[in-house]
Design a protein around this ligand. Structure first.
Ligand SMILES: Cc1cc2nc3c(=O)[nH]c(=O)nc-3n(C[C@H](O)[C@H](O)[C@H](O)COP(=O)(O)O)c2cc1C
Length: 301
């Protein structure tokens, strides 16, 4: 899949490669009303990644239904609409407006947004608020929902379990990590929004570890994301327990990255004589149970 916010509405990439071959396209985060996003500058390169503070600039639900969904309805590749909001009601209303619209296969709920009514803490930082959004969206739609977790929480497995219990059909993780850069000549934060979200290979080992933990905790599918640039990176996430992966920042410098990752996965499977990818999903989890078992079997000193 493509990661939200890094592949537009899919239409922009039609001439780069055959986008219909992808597992799914996740579109830019969509809110009830159109948004202009944060002040410029909104993106800056970092060692092994980028910091962005786009701030959910998007066309809004009405324009998405009118202008984008009819194009998607003619595609073979499923399109997942990533949704965001300031309040639980806004998430629910957006989900209900998108329900039954031809061309939309599922919703991905971005819970890394500030909860305006609760003083601005991100919905995804605590299990109860993450569950509240999930439940409201689930009630408002008959589409499958993926809930996209933030790394900014004390114990991500608790949030994962809470959203699974609240009706999530799948979990995607992870969103960006908060960070900043300072323009030393201006003596000011570089980004117009002061802070931004870090993504790209810099976050990959941390994202992989979070996916490994969450996949062991829940029994719904997990979609891994965070710095995936090559097929080998994707296979690491799959072996950690991800059923699917998303490619984000890698596509900003190489628009063909998502399809190159897909082709590379196919080549890897063929070279290893693996017939179905399900054979390797979560295989690295076995090391965890072996480790636990050998700890139990080790004689007490
Ligand atoms: C420019 C940019 C815009 C993004 N916009 C969104 C968004 O609208 N909604 C969302 O859930 N995630 C958004 N993300 C986060 C990505 O979907 C992804 O979770 C994150 O970048 C980590 O994956 P990556 O390292 O492969 O990019 C954005 C990331 C970038 C770099």
């Amino acid at each position: 899949m493509t990661a939200s916010g890094t592949f537009g509405y899919g239409t922009e990439y039609q001439h780069q490669f055959d986008i219909q071959r992808l597992g799914a396209i996740v579109c830019k985060g969509t809110t009830l009303k159109p948004r202009d996003g944060n002040p410029q500058p909104r993106i800056t390169e970092t060692p092994c990644g980028v910091l962005n503070s786009i701030g959910l600039q998007n066309i809004g639900t009405e324009a998405l239904i009118r202008d984008k969904a009819p194009i998607w309805a003619g595609w073979r590749v499923p399109v997942i609409v990533n949704i965001a909001g300031d309040t639980v009601d806004e998430y629910a209303e957006t989900a209900s407006k998108l329900n039954g619209v031809a061309g939309i296969s599922a919703l991905e709920v971005n819970i890394s947004c500030p909860n305006i009514k609760a003083g601005g803490a991100e919905f995804g930082t605590t299990p109860p608020s993450a569950a509240e959004v999930t439940q409201a969206v689930k009630k408002a739609t008959s589409l499958p929902i993926l809930v996209k977790l933030t790394p900014h929480t004390e114990d991500i497995t608790k949030v994962a379990l809470a959203v699974a219990a609240a009706g999530a059909d799948a979990i995607s993780l992870v969103n960006t990590f908060k960070g900043m850069a300072i323009d030393t000549t201006r003596r000011r934060p570089l980004l117009g929004n002061l802070t931004g979200g870090l993504s790209g290979p810099a976050i990959r080992p941390i994202a992989l570890y979070l996916v490994y933990q969450v996949a062991a905790a829940v029994d719904i599918p997990v979609v891994g994301c965070g710095g995936i640039t090559t097929a080998s990176d994707a296979i690491e996430f799959i072996m950690a327990g991800a059923t699917a992966v998303q490619v984000g920042t890698a596509g900003l410098s190489n628009p063909r990255a998502p399809i190159e990752v897909l082709d590379g996965i196919e080549k890897f499977l063929a070279s290893q004589g693996i017939e179905r990818i399900t054979e390797i999903i979560g295989v690295a989890q076995l090391a965890r149970s072996h480790q636990a078992q050998s700890r139990r079997e080790r004689p007490a000193r």
